[in-house]
Design a binder for this molecule. Structure first.
Ligand SMILES: [Zn+2]
Length: 700
């Protein structure tokens, strides 16, 4: 990039060589060409310093109009930067005074839900050291996160200082301002300072509090780097770094599709309760069709609508893949040519819109998590675990047990079943495309969890491995170890669990049991392996965090997709006709979980390196076995199978006069149930559409 500095003074564009540091006589904006731009300064400014910004932030709606959070919530502010006049005990220390911090379940444990002062008087304060001169513009206050006690601050004062000795109160003309605080313990309240205050330290000084409680608070401070505008850092990629609401998301997806029409396609898998479409971006060298032998991959984000980082990362990812493909980046070209990628950035658009309206600092912890009807989609998939475990316990004839492709239970397919329209859409999608690998992007923690998510005997938590434990641990490790934030050995825990101890990966059920999770369903109902990625401590990071979050996750997102090319793959064919055999069962010795071939007989079996005996069976054919060795390299071992028809099958085919031979019972049941689910979904959607039409009519 060139060393040109662009200075805008009084709306006049001026160019000068870089770096030039001088006090500005007037309000102005520095711009450095290429990847960096400068900052605001006002008339009284001394000591003007430069901040470096990626040029993509020029179009950023937040740039130069609003100061970002200092990062109490995002942990950018370290524990050592937060002090207090006093505190009740360790778990309620000043380091817990962070917006949206979550307590552990036990009262009195070391991870509690706020800073709480030891004394109940007006001399208590929580102090934040911004480490440098900062233009403080606002304070956000929240009460204590606790299911046991109710504590929040009703009014407070704010003071600033440069040395922690002399404190300057926040004034409104002649009087010290008393800010309105909280009315409950969860809703964050924004208090804008009447005038921005420039200093290094800021104090929140409670004046009154909930009468039956004590002085407790969680906070965030809005402030700009010195007297400059928003400081955005982190990446050289030129992507659209901002939060996209539904319309903006659609627009961005459309623009990616227009930029890369040969490798992208947009489609919808269904609608949300409120009628928003669930858009998917498909990326492949032949969009719109499954190619023989090419594995299918999916990322799903935003099933909890307020966990928004995954949505933005997937939008970044589609833009990035399109740009890099056009530039001829060999890694990306290879990925696109060898893989069919599906990106669903928003599984719960209704919830997202709710959180988006409040914004990143004021949405709180759970607004927008659920579907419009109040359903938690990650508890809403059919619980196939219980069906499997009950069968194992009750079935005396072990040869009758199945270990994969469990059908949806009958009751789940009815119109009355509390199954969200979004969940129904995803289940139908899962059955339409032969997905091999997936990840489900969440937020609010930093950890990768792998199935099972549900414990066997309703224990609140217990390690509950699948037969593919070792490959799932590998998958989780791939993401966690390449993510810049997770893999930082010095990071502090987000809320109340220290996942660093487990290298940032954990079996889902060993964290907390979740019946009806998407991951468990995916593994038990389809061939697709899926993990959950918890992307950030903060569920709704400020827009200024997005470039660095992209940089932290870019390699993880790419390398995780590449894992779809591990293990073995091949095609199962009829020895006589060379026709592909669909629904053949692929068994790997010692792993009690089979997968099935897709429509054209192609299959993918994810496996860690090693030697495997693989047996393929199909209705009407003699089984075949061969040894397949999986190497450490990033490409799969090809293991094709040619099956010979049994004489009985030949006879049946002659009797059926070329008609189709019925499939096995398990498969028939699975297909029947999904047809029922689709039928009831159609009826529900039709009813809802007419209700919404009537409601709109009534409003007119
Ligand atoms: Zn979540």
């Amino acid at each position: 990039m060139s060393d040109i500095l662009v200075v805008i003074l009084n709306s006049q564009l001026q160019r000068t060589s870089f770096p030039v540091v001088q006090p500005l006589p007037n309000w102005g904006l520095w711009l450095c060409e290429g990847t960096t731009i400068g900052c605001y300064a006002d008339e009284k400014a001394h000591n003007v310093s430069f901040s470096l910004f990626p040029s993509s932030t020029l179009n950023h709606p937040f740039a130069f109009s609003e100061c970002p959070p200092l990062g109490l919530e995002s942990l950018k502010v370290k524990d050592s930067q937060i002090q207090a006049s006093s505190y009740k005990r360790m778990g309620l220390g000043p380091h817990r005074g962070r917006l949206n911090i979550q307590s552990g379940v036990e009262d009195g444990d070391i991870y509690d839900g706020a800073w709480c002062a030891e004394y109940k008087d007006q001399n208590q304060w929580l102090q934040i050291d911004a480490k440098k001169l900062t233009r403080f513009t606002a304070v956000i206050l929240q009460g204590r996160g606790s299911i046991w006690s109710l504590d929040y601050v009703e009014t407070f004062k704010v003071q600033v200082s440069n040395d922690t000795i002399k404190w300057k109160p926040c004034m409104n003309a002649t009087e010290e301002v008393v800010f309105e605080g909280n009315k409950d313990s969860e809703t964050p309240v924004l208090a804008i300072l009447p005038e921005p205050a420039v200093a290094q330290y800021i104090r929140i000084n409670p004046q009154t509090w909930f009468k039956n409680g004590t002085i407790c608070l969680r906070a965030e401070i809005m402030g700009c780097d010195n007297i400059c505008g928003l400081y955005i850092e982190g990446t050289k990629d030129k992507l659209d770094f901002r939060h996209h609401n539904y319309k903006e998301m659609r627009k961005l997806m459309k623009s990616v599709n227009e930029m890369c029409p040969d490798i992208t396609r947009i489609y919808s898998i269904g609608k949300s309760y409120m009628g928003l479409k669930l858009y998917v971006m498909e990326i492949s060298d032949n969009p719109g069709k499954h190619e023989l032998g090419e594995p299918e991959f999916r990322y799903v984000a935003g099933m909890h609508g307020n966990e928004v980082l995954g949505r933005e990362l997937l939008l970044n990812l589609m833009e990035y893949i399109c740009q890099e493909y056009k530039r001829g980046n060999q890694r990306i070209v290879h990925l696109v040519e060898e893989t069919r990628i599906h990106l669903l950035p928003s599984m719960n658009p209704d919830g997202y819109e709710m959180a988006y309206k409040k914004g990143s600092e004021l949405a709180g912890w759970s607004l927008g998590r659920f579907s419009y009807e109040g359903i938690d989609m990650n508890h809403n998939f059919a619980d196939l675990n219980t069906i499997m475990w009950d069968a194992i316990e009750l079935e005396t004839d072990k040869s009758k047990l199945i270990n994969h492709y469990f059908p949806i239970p009958e009751h789940y397919t009815s119109e009355e079943a509390m199954v969200a329209s979004e969940t129904r859409a995803v289940i139908s999608w899962m059955q339409t495309i032969p997905f091999v690998l997936s990840a489900n992007l969440h937020g609010g923690e930093l950890v990768v969890t792998y199935p099972f998510d549900m414990t066997k005997d309703w224990a609140p938590k217990e390690h509950t491995p699948t037969p593919d434990e070792s490959f799932f641990r590998w998958l989780a490790t791939v993401y966690a170890s390449t993510n810049h934030v997770m893999s930082d050995p010095d990071r502090r825990p987000c809320h109340n669990e220290d996942f660093l101890r487990y290298n940032n990966i954990i079996n889902g059920a060993n964290w907390h049991t979740v019946p009806g999770s998407m991951n468990d369903f995916s593994y038990l109902h389809t061939n697709c392996f899926e993990v959950t990625v918890e992307l950030s401590c903060d569920k709704f990071p400020h827009a200024s965090e997005l470039p660095i979050e992209w940089e932290s996750n870019k390699e993880s997102l790419l390398v995780y997709m590449e894992q779809v090319h591990r293990g073995i793959k091949g095609v199962v064919k009829d020895r006589d006709t060379e026709a592909g055999i669909a629904d053949a069962i692929i068994k790997v010795d010692d792993i009690d979980h089979h997968i099935r071939s897709a429509f054209d007989g192609d299959f993918w079996r994810l496996l860690n390196p090693g030697d495997y005996d693989v047996t393929v069976t199909a209705e009407g054919y003699f089984p075949a076995t061969q040894s397949c060795r999986v190497e450490y390299e990033h490409y799969p071992t090809i293991c094709d199978f040619h099956l010979t028809k049994t004489p009985k099958q030949r006879l049946r085919e002659i009797l059926a006069k070329g008609g189709k031979i019925p499939k096995d019972l398990q498969l028939r049941l699975r297909q029947l149930r999904i047809r029922k689910l689709r039928a009831s979904t159609k009826l529900i959607n039709r009813r809802r559409a007419s209700q919404q039409r009537r409601a709109r009519g009534a409003h007119n």
